[in-house]
Ligand binder design. Structure first.
Ligand SMILES: NC(=O)c1ccc[n+]([C@@H]2O[C@H](COP(=O)([O-])OP(=O)(O)OC[C@H]3O[C@@H](n4cnc5c(N)ncnc54)[C@H](O)[C@@H]3O)[C@@H](O)[C@H]2O)c1
Length: 394
């Protein structure tokens, strides 16, 4: 069975209609993340979890059911032969392109783990393959389904912060031995790139990055990025695999105070600027903002992966919006490529190297490729070096 976006009725059918037949779903990759997908797929309303594919799982060899209670197959071709409407791709990042293209060619929709692919070119080929066939393709940027970030985005959209000045993220933790095909920029910083664009509605305009590699592997394991978004909002991301401290921190500072989201605990806190005049002389001398009330919000906390799956299922059924599209996943990979290029050149990157968000003007010049502006050492940046970005992306 194959599916296109138009092949299915709405997510739950119309009142009085027979309930839609369950969607048949498969899973490719049963590693650390794939096992979580198997748990969710096995319990997902309106979906029949048909089979998983993983050549390295023992159950595939001796015919026993694997995680989620489904048969484990050795190759994507066997899954396609069973007939599925969509598949979740959770194999190593370097294989996303090959697996994704096979699914697209067979007319099967796909929810592909982040990052969409290991290179911008591979990500573009994937996005185009699904788009050309009218198939739904989503990317597993799970932070968008974290309740703390959903709350944060809604409050920013409602104007609660006033003008946004700065977005700061930190994503640190210990080394994941299993990830060997990409470095920390593609593997982890793509979360920060995607969430920053998503909560602000802005694309990246310029950035400058530095990386280090301390673990002896081919790829970087620590990155610091500073940059600006198309509307001038300043961003910074500190991301590494080298810290025993695990943190997932996002602070958005603006006119009225600062929101802090912790996506490990799904907490959102607001630190308001103070309106109360201080009488303490030492503090009165400081003319910046004053400390006001702090509020930690209470809201329902659903498991982000379950919400991500529900949204994708509904999109395959024809619901509009709600997922991270392959086109958005491509843009995030392009920005991560620019981060690596900036670190390699030790230079600012901006303009034609950075993709615009839909609805904003495409920068002049080639659609891909990175334009680097190398700042002369010891000299201040030329006026155009940072300022040109806004003209090219808005
Ligand atoms: N959204 C998130 O927060 C999140 C978290 C972790 C990982 N991921 C992503 O999920 C993907 C997998 O990461 P992981 O941590 O589970 O890695 P992993 O190494 O634990 O698992 C990968 C699995 O894929 C299997 N595999 C290898 N080749 C295959 C093939 N040709 N067909 C089917 N299966 C194959 C391996 O045997 C392994 O079991 C990566 O793209 C990673 O970036 C996303």
């Amino acid at each position: 069975m194959t599916a296109t976006t138009s092949a299915h009725p709405g997510p739950h059918g119309r009142p009085g209609e027979q309930p839609a037949a369950p969607l048949r779903a498969g899973l490719v990759g049963l590693g650390a993340m794939g096992r979580n997908h198997a748990r969710i797929l096995a319990a997902l309303d309106g979906v029949e979890f048909v089979a998983a594919v993983d050549p390295a799982v023992e159950a595939a060899a001796d015919g026993r059911p694997g995680p989620g209670g489904v048969p484990v197959l050795r190759d994507v071709g066997e899954l396609l032969a069973l007939g599925v409407d969509y598949a979740v791709v959770a194999c190593p990042t370097a294989l996303h392109e090959d697996v994704g293209l096979r699914l697209a060619e067979a007319g099967v929709c796909a929810l592909i783990e982040k990052p969409l692919a290991h290179t911008a070119e591979a990500a573009r080929r994937l996005a185009e393959a699904f788009e050309a066939r009218g198939l739904v393709a989503g990317v597993g940027h799970i932070e968008r389904f974290n309740p703390a970030l959903q709350q944060l985005r809604a409050r920013l959209e409602a104007g609660e912060l006033g003008e946004v000045f700065q977005v700061v993220t930190r994503r640190q933790g210990p080394f994941p031995h299993r990830i060997a095909d990409v470095g920390v920029v593609k593997d982890l910083a793509t979360h920060d790139i995607d969430l920053t664009s998503w909560i602000t509605g802005q694309g990246y305009a310029t950035l400058s990055a530095r990386t280090v590699s301390k673990s002896g592997r081919d790829h970087e394991d620590m990155v610091a990025v500073v940059g600006s978004l198309a509307d001038g909002t300043m961003v910074s991301h500190l991301v590494n695999w080298l810290s025993p401290l695990k943190e997932r921190f996002c602070a958005v500072t603006g006119e009225r105070g600062c929101f802090v989201a912790d996506t490990l605990t799904a907490d959102l806190t607001f630190h308001a600027n103070g309106a109360v005049a201080t009488e303490w002389e030492a503090l009165r001398a400081f003319r910046g903002v004053a400390e006001g009330d702090t509020v930690r919000y209470a809201f329902p906390k659903r498991e982000p992966l379950a919400v991500e799956h529900e949204r994708f299922r509904d999109a395959v059924r024809g619901a509009a919006g709600g997922i991270v599209t392959a086109r958005e996943g491509l843009r995030t990979v392009e920005v991560s490529t620019a981060v690596l290029e900036s670190a390699r050149l030790m230079a600012d990157v901006g303009g034609t190297g950075l993709p615009a968000l839909p609805g904003t003007a495409e920068p002049d010049g080639p659609a891909s490729g990175v334009t680097a502006t190398v700042l002369p050492s010891g000299a201040p940046p030329a006026p155009g070096a940072h300022g040109r970005v806004a003209e090219q992306t808005t």
